[in-house]
Design a protein around this ligand. Structure first.
Ligand code: UDP
Length: 324
């Protein structure tokens, strides 16, 4: 297939391009390089375009005649979404709507969408499955949920075939070290710890040690970026035989506390980082762990790099020699 990877210069999008190319698909990247990296585009041509730019997107679709679109281009910082919600609704919702309109007009019917565990809001159960209520508590989660609704309606009205994949905590990097996670500023726990380990002057603290969890720190479900991408490929194949809109949760189903992550990072790098605790970060639920039973059952998805130290070791390889 020929696939348009929107946001293919970013962290998850670039790993997706590598996987697609390895599976024999043809990849074209659309990215405005706002947060992505030109150097991460290695498996197909880069079209520098913003997804809301309908006039620029139309000719790209005419030229390449895509079989499917995978959409990774979004702002994803929860705190920023609270202080600047318009930025999130404009890019994550309005611009995505423009992209979907071009797809409909050009007759491209398959769409795989990066959604998030943030659509669920405060967790009401140990393992969050697809039946969990969707009550986002910040504009980031709301923006992703709005697109999911748009996709369901577009499936009913226009015959769009779409899958939304709700990621829990994406982590890790290409085991070959060609690409990795490079955000500026970096807000995520594992890359912050590894950048500090690699000599960066980042002041990394544990945000909150008084949560109702066994060691008092927040629990998250870390999932290797390549495992996420593998689910996208399965979702694409699933859309061949299935019309409509479908959503799946993607995590390992195992929670690790912030303190456990710090310990695992220290084991991988072979020394202590001396990380101290600080106040809670506003908006963090105590525990977010996925049930991915549906993705396993329906898509046949099996995370291959589920072990936390394996995930961290792949990211460490990147952070010791980042190429961008
Ligand atoms: N966290 C932390 N220190 C940091 C960055 C993150 O203690 O410097 C915590 C954060 O409060 C959360 C967990 O690590 O409980 C994972 O945060 P991250 O930003 O990586 O992902 P999120 O769960 O917000 O998507």
């Amino acid at each position: 297939m020929r696939i348009l990877v929107v946001g293919g210069a970013g962290y998850i999008g670039s790993h997706m391009c590598k996987l697609l190319a390895g599976a024999g698909h043809e990849v074209v990247v659309a990215d405005n390089l706002g947060t992505g990296h030109r150097e991460a585009v290695q498996w197909g041509p880069l079209v520098e375009v913003s997804i809301g730019d309908v006039a620029a997107l139309g000719p790209v679709f005419d030229r390449y005649r895509f079989d499917a679109v995978m959409h990774f281009a979004a702002y994803s910082l929860v705190a920023e979404s609270v202080t600047d919600p318009f930025k999130y609704y404009q890019n994550n919702v309005a611009a995505t709507l423009a992209l979907l309109r071009v797809m409909r007009d050009k007759g491209v019917a398959r769409f795989v969408f990066s959604s998030t565990a943030a659509v669920f809001g405060e967790p009401q159960q140990e393992l969050i499955d697809e039946a969990h209520p969707v009550v986002p508590i910040n504009p980031y989660g709301a923006s992703k949920l709005m697109v999911e609704r748009v996709l369901a309606d577009a499936a009913a009205a226009y015959g769009l075939r779409a899958v939304a994949l709700r990621y829990f905590n994406a982590a890790g990097a290409d085991p070959e070290g060609l690409i990795g996670e490079s955000h500026e500023p970096e807000s995520h726990l594992i890359p912050r710890l590894l950048r500090r380990a690699a000599g960066d002057t980042l002041d990394v603290k544990i945000f909150g040690s008084d949560y109702p969890t066994p060691d008092g720190t927040c629990i998250r479900d870390y999932i290797h970026v390549n495992d996420l991408c593998a689910a996208h490929l399965l979702a694409l194949e699933y859309l061949d035989g299935h019309a409509g809109f479908h959503s799946f949760n993607l995590g390992n189903g195992t929670g690790y506390s912030v303190r456990q992550v710090v310990t695992a990072v220290e084991a991988v790098i072979g020394r202590s980082l001396g990380i101290e605790s600080a106040a809670r970060r506003p908006g963090d639920p105590a525990r977010l762990v996925a049930s991915s039973a549906l993705a396993r059952e329906v898509l046949g998805w099996r995370p291959a790099l589920a072990d936390l130290q394996t995930i961290i070791a792949s990211a460490w390889r990147w952070h010791q020699a980042p190429k961008f």
